[in-house]
Design a protein around this ligand. Sequence first.
Ligand SMILES: *Cc1c(COP(=O)(O)O)cnc(C)c1O
Length: 245
Amino acid sequence: MTEAPDARSLELAHRLAAVQQRIATAAGAAGREGSLPVLIVVTKFHPAEDIRRLAVLGVTDVGENRDQEASAKARELADCGLTWHFVGQLQSKKAKSVLRYAAAVHSVDRPQLVDALAKAAQAERDMTGRAPLDCFIQVNLDDRAGDAGAHRGGAVPDDVLPLAERIATAAGLELAGVMAVAPLGTRPEAAFERLARVSARLVAEHPGGTAISAGMSQDLEAAIAHGATHLRIGSDILGSRPAVG
Ligand SMILES: *Cc1c(COP(=O)(O)O)cnc(C)c1O
């Protein structure tokens, strides 16, 4: 016997459909009807019950930005068959934990982190036979010096190729492509255009690294116009994030 959907499920269904419509419209405008980007629903700060509701609605990919919260949710929702994406700044000492549940890390931005992920991936593979970890190199597109640019993380564009080489030669890692967050206070179109150029340079050296993780609630249209293959959408689907106490 299936229960009638609760009010929150109906709300999520409505918001999810609206975002899917925006994606379809933007993909149509870009002539990309045949290759829609992967929708990753970023569920940080929202309860596991909401993720379960989204899975019932057909969501397959979810994103989280803190290991403690993500690992607990992944454990609780192990029966949902979800693909977990880690999208937040990551300390090397958390690599081992992240490898237990994440299929992809979108925030790889320094050699030490690559080495920690590679070591953890190898160990996890020996224990469970897990697939290689998909690695997105996070690119910092903010040229402003100091804290304004630094707080969103990412490697400077010139460091992308050396990082890619390090990922490509690590046994348990797979180079997926690039990721970026559009800098605050700038036009997302310009940022994503620049990301597309960084991606093209990467693909010239690593033909398999074609993924572009870009586009959030506010700027998914600009990201799709500039070739995003993975969107990371939170608030427009889940609503504003609950205050954490
Ligand atoms: C929270 C978050 C998102 C989702 O942002 P919204 O504006 O809520 O859509 C995407 N990417 C990263 C890295 C995030 O931390």
